[in-house]
Design a protein around this ligand. Structure first.
Ligand code: IMP
Ligand code: MG
Length: 182
């Protein structure tokens, strides 16, 4: 089964070990930056689930975990720019330090929308933490506080990232063959 998914990849760009080492590095930074604080971690469904799970296991702070679901993509690989909230947070974030955890920043439109939306709840601070970033694809200025890896504009899957809801369970990240989605 996993082999069948592997065949859909042009190549693996990040191994499981490389990812987990980077996640530990990011967690160490957060442990340092948020010393003596109790952040609210908001994981963006569904792509950030694997990343946020591994991340919080390495965070040694008292924290709360919440989830938000938005839609922007459908089954396409192009950002529509239209963001809709499908599941809101249940935590009161007013006067709290929020860390938004995302799988990948492409145009930046999704996170821009989410952080503007969350600011209305008057958090003390909002930081953005994304495992992957596609800097060449940004359509707006977005400040990313914690980033794992920069990638090119290819479509990547695995470790939470999907194409049409598949490949999320791969423990590594790879570039999807163009023939799969075109
Ligand atoms: P943005 O609004 O264009 O920044 O889109 C961000 C969202 O698009 C991410 O949360 C992902 O769900 C999805 N996305 C963007 N690029 C990729 C990719 O290469 N693989 C899988 N999902 C992606
Ligand atoms: Mg996503």
């Amino acid at each position: 089964m996993k082999n069948r998914m592997k065949n859909d990849l042009e190549k693996i760009i990040l191994t499981e070990n490389e990812i987990l080492n980077k996640v530990q590095e990011i967690a160490d930074k957060i442990n340092h930056d948020y010393k003596d604080r109790e952040p609210v971690i908001i994981s963006i469904l569904r792509g950030a689930t694997l990343f946020s799970a591994d991340l919080i296991k390495n965070i040694e702070l008292k924290l709360e975990l919440d989830f938000m679901a938005v839609s922007s993509y459908g089954d396409s690989t192009e950002s529509s720019g239209v963001v809709k909230i499908k599941k809101d947070i249940d935590t009161d974030i007013s006067n709290r330090d929020v860390i938004l955890v995302e799988d990948i920043i492409d145009t930046g439109l999704t996170l821009k929308y989410i952080s503007e939306y969350l600011k209305k709840h008057n958090p003390k601070s909002i930081a953005i933490c994304s495992l992957l970033d596609k800097p060449k694809a940004h359509k707006i200025d977005i400040k990313i506080d914690y980033v794992g890896f920069e990638v090119g504009n290819e479509f990547v899957v695995g470790y939470g990232l999907d194409f049409a809801q598949h490949y999320r369970n791969l423990p590594y990240i790879g570039i999807l063959k163009k023939e799969i989605y075109s």
